[in-house]
Design a protein around this ligand. Structure first.
Ligand code: GDP
Ligand code: MG
Length: 180
C-alpha cells in the first residue's frame, strides 16, 4: 500500500490540529483555528518505502457539509483517537469513538485490526489538573487492542513524531482495510 489515510479523531479542543501541525512543521501553534475540515498530505519514506500520507483533521466548529464520524471511519486506514488528560468528557468521547471504530471494522481481519488505532492522551503537561488517570487510558487501549501514549503536543515533539510514525508503520504493514 502506498497511500495511507489516517483520521485524527476526538472531541473539540483536545489538540488534534496541534498534534498534526506539530508533526508536519515541528512547531507548536497555540491557537490554530480552521473553519473547515481538511486533509493534510505529506510524502514520507518508511522502511525504505515511499508513502503518501493523508491526515484528516475534522473541523473545529460545526461546519457546513461536515462528514459524519461514520464516513470518516470508513475513509481511513488507521486512526489516532485523541483525548485531553485534563478533560474527563473528552475521554468518554474517545472511548465511544474507539468502540465505534471496532464496531464498523468488524469485517476487518482480527490480526490486522489490532494495530490500527492509536489512543493518545494529550496535554500531559497539564498533569497538575489531570482528570483521567494514565491507567484508565492504558486499560481502554488494552481492552480495545489500541496502542497507547500519553504525550504533550506542546512539549514532546519526539513523542509526537514517534506516535505518527508507529501508526503509519503499522498501517503500511498491511493492516489497512482491503479496498474493493
Ligand atoms: P482540536 O480542536 O482538537 O483541533 O484542538 P486544537 O489543536 O485546536 O487545540 C485546542 C487548544 O488546546 C489550543 O488552545 C491549543 O493551544 C491547546 N493545546 C493543544 N495541545 C496542547 C498540549 O499538549 N498542551 C497544552 N497545554 N495545550 C494544548
Ligand atoms: Mg482542530
Amino acid at each position: 500500500m502506498n497511500d495511507i489515510k489516517l483520521a485524527i479523531l476526538g472531541s473539540e479542543g483536545v489538540g488534534k490540529s496541534a498534534l498534526i501541525v506539530r508533526f508536519l512543521t515541528r512547531r507548536f501553534i497555540g491557537e490554530y483555528a480552521s473553519a473547515s475540515e481538511c486533509i493534510y498530505r505529506k510524502r514520507l519514506s518508511i522502511d525504505g518505502r515511499q508513502l503518501n500520507l493523508e491526515l484528516y483533521d475534522p473541523c473545529s466548529q460545526a461546519c457546513e457539509g461536515k462528514s459524519t464520524l461514520n464516513d470518516q471511519i470508513h475513509w481511513a486506514d488507521g486512526f489516532v483517537v485523541v483525548y485531553d488528560i485534563s478533560d474527563r468528557c473528552s475521554f468518554s468521547k474517545a472511548k465511544a469513538i474507539v468502540h465505534l471504530i471496532r464496531e464498523l471494522n468488524l469485517g476487518v481481519a482480527k490480526r490486522d485490526a489490532d494495530s490500527l488505532v492509536f489512543l493518545v492522551g494529550n496535554k500531559q503537561d497539564l498533569c497538575h489538573v489531570r482528570e483521567v488517570r494514565r491507567e484508565e487510558g492504558q486499560r481502554l487501549a488494552a481492552e480495545s487492542q489500541c496502542q497507547f501514549y500519553e504525550l504533550s503536543a506542546a512539549e514532546h515533539y519526539q513523542e509526537v513524531v514517534l506516535m505518527f510514525s508507529k501508526t503509519v508503520h503499522n498501517v503500511s504493514l498491511g493492516g489497512g482495510k482491503a479496498k474493493e
